[in-house]
Design a protein around this ligand. Structure first.
Ligand SMILES: O=C(O)CCC(=O)C(=O)O
Ligand SMILES: [Fe+2]
Length: 286
């Protein structure tokens, strides 16, 4: 049987291999129609995730698919920043020239059919790890351009996610080569399935004293699945090569669909730069 699913608001139909079957994009999109596989995990990969809280899937997407992800990301970041669209956050370069960098784009799914398809195509493999159907909680791309800052050691659940559900899996899809030099993801093994740190604060030196953060360089198309309790961090990018990474976060469908509420709450507290009130200070916490 050839199952067809329809992604809401997207207008494109996909068969179960993730291939578009009615390739007529809505007029606001200029990109090719999505042709991305639906990654699947072996029993050994599921076991590895259960043991460590994370698993690395090398070549989860092939070179052609990775090139598509690069193009979509470039295209998205070239779009004008407008209220009510995808969210763009900036940072000031650490290289001391005061230059303005794109730090992050969030909430792409309603505005980009490619990223909508990516989030949907990652869902089944997350379901394999959850043992039940997964639902998207949030999506973002961290840009880490030359001069872009790193991330202090943290568990993702420290970012207030525990208000919505108690367990999440994030899927990192590597867009550009991530190296030790440009600040690849670093993960600590064996942290267990509990919150070690406080909400809204990075992990302290004391909390990380017994943890070993291991750099995990990745190539475009590589995928890392990690749960919300895995301590992780990354270094700043002081090279001249941009390091973009996609992150889709999912929870168990039985814990509810919280995406709209999460983004509404985040918008109230930490809106995209274009939607900020003058004179109000906004501080990135975790
Ligand atoms: O982009 C990175 O290096 C890590 C990002 C991260 O951990 C986060 O956004 O929660
Ligand atoms: Fe994180």
């Amino acid at each position: 049987m050839n199952l067809i699913w329809i992604f809401p608001n997207c207008g494109i139909h996909y068969d179960k291999r993730g291939t578009a079957t009615n390739a007529i994009p809505p007029p606001q999109y200029s990109l090719d129609t999505t042709v991305l596989r639906i990654p699947t995990l072996s029993d050994a990969e599921v076991k590895s995730f259960n043991d460590d809280g994370f698993v690395v899937l090398r070549g989860g997407f092939d070179e052609t698919e990775a090139a598509l992800l690069q193009r979509w990301t470039t295209e998205l970041s070239a779009r004008p920043e407008e209220p009510g669209k995808h969210w763009v956050y900036h940072e000031t370069s650490l290289r001391g020239d005061g230059s303005d960098l794109i730090n992050r784009i969030e909430n792409m799914t309603p505005f980009h059919e490619g990223f909508a398809a990516l989030a949907e195509n990652l869902r089944p493999s997350v379901g394999q790890l959850l043992g039940e159907e997964a639902v998207l909680f949030k999506d973002k791309i961290n840009f880490k351009m030359p001069g872009g800052d790193g991330f202090k050691p943290h568990q993702d659940s420290q970012a207030g996610w525990d208000a919505y559900a108690d367990f999440y899996i994030t899927v990192m899809v590597c867009i550009d080569n991530a190296t030790i030099e440009n600040g690849c993801l670093e993960l600590a093994r064996g942290g267990g399935k509990t919150l070690v740190g406080k909400s809204w604060e990075p992990l302290t030196e004391k909390e990380t004293a017994d943890m070993e953060f291991v750099p995990c360089p990745t190539a475009p198309g590589d995928i890392i699945y990690f749960d919300c309790y895995v301590p992780h961090s990354s270094e700043p990018n002081l090279t001249d090569k941009t390091r973009r990474m996609y992150f889709g976060t999912y929870n168990r469908l039985s814990d509810g669909d919280h995406l709209a509420q999460y983004f509404a709450d985040k918008h109230a507290n930490y809106p995209p730069d274009i939607e900020r009130q003058a004179g109000k200070e906004y501080v990135y916490r975790v």
